[in-house]
Design a protein around this ligand. Structure first.
Ligand code: HEM
Length: 254
């Protein structure tokens, strides 16, 4: 079995995907990380302490997984939903009662959405208490705020889509609150609704934002967020690396 593993790692096919055969040395491990798209998420050199569950509670990772689940379940729901005031509610009804796996996928979508808001907020608290908003991570903190706002906007725009009483009145109240914004309040409300009242235009706008604009924005921001994590390292890593190098010698722990 061990021999099979070694010959697989030395094969042409393995090298064409992973680019280097893994050798268990600091250089070999660094090369593996450099040349693998998925391992690229973390910096090449990272202290063991930072990789422990308690240092991040994996909250950022869990938020990213929830976003992935929302994309997959959302695409399934799109096959059966038309954003029109005459059909939206009936489509939701069909999804819950007549479509294969409809009720299940809809529940996955709803629960993942609620959880994502909670998890992103907990991630923000974790990052704050780690002092990771300070230099050199200020820019990533600002990107994070963009991610939080996109997540909340996705939640809000998704709320109208079932077109039931709860959705209608929640969005009526939400957009009325927007109209109290100083200077451009009424303009903001009109821009959100596309009309004086919640109706066909509002449903279409919320749909376009929910399905295309906000997920695309979130994906771009997430790409930059992860790229910055790789460049800056996680908070506290510098000190831990210096301590580990003192104990293990110049090579350090990769
Ligand atoms: C869609 C939402 C988000 C996703 C998917 C996400 C993802 C991640 C991931 C995977 C990490 C690596 C460490 C970890 O897992 O905790 C991370 C770190 C970080 N995130 Fe987020 N994040 C999101 C939202 C936010 C928000 C709302 C903020 C703050 C306003 C933020 C600020 C940061 C900072 C500053 C770091 C570096 C932490 C450190 O150096 O210890 N992120 N994020």
């Amino acid at each position: 079995m061990k021999r099979f593993g070694r010959s697989l790692r030395e094969s042409e096919a393995w090298r064409s995907v992973f680019r280097s055969s893994h050798t268990d040395t600091p250089r070999g491990r660094a090369l593996t990380t450099f040349q693998n798209f998925f391992l690229h998420v973390y910096p090449v050199k990272i202290p063991r302490r930072i990789l422990s569950f308690r240092s991040t509670f994996r909250l950022g990772f869990i938020a990213a997984v929830l976003f992935g689940m929302l994309l997959v379940s959302g695409v399934y729901l799109m096959f059966f939903y038309v954003p029109s005031v005459t059909s939206a509610y009936l489509d939701m009804h069909d999804i819950r009662t007549a479509i294969a796996f409809g009720q299940f996928v809809r529940n996955v979508h709803r629960w993942a959405a609620h959880l994502m808001v909670l998890v992103v907020f907990l991630h923000l608290l974790r990052v704050f208490y780690a002092g990771a908003y300070k230099a050199p991570r200020q820019f990533n903190w600002v990107i994070g705020v963009g991610l939080l706002l996109s997540t909340l906007a996705l939640s809000f725009t998704g709320y109208l889509l079932p077109w039931d009483q709860l959705a209608f009145w929640a969005v009526t109240v939400g957009t009325n609150i927007a109209s109290y914004t100083p200077f451009f309040g009424e303009g903001a409300r009109r821009a959100l609704l596309g009309a004086p009242e919640v109706g066909e235009n509002a449903l279409l706008r919320f749909y376009v934002f929910h399905i295309y604009v906000l997920p695309a924005m979130l994906m771009v921001l997430l790409g930059v967020h992860i790229w910055r994590i790789r460049k800056d390292g996680l908070a506290g890593a510098e000190q831990s690396l210096a301590d580990e190098e003192e104990v293990t010698g110049a090579g350090g722990t990769v």
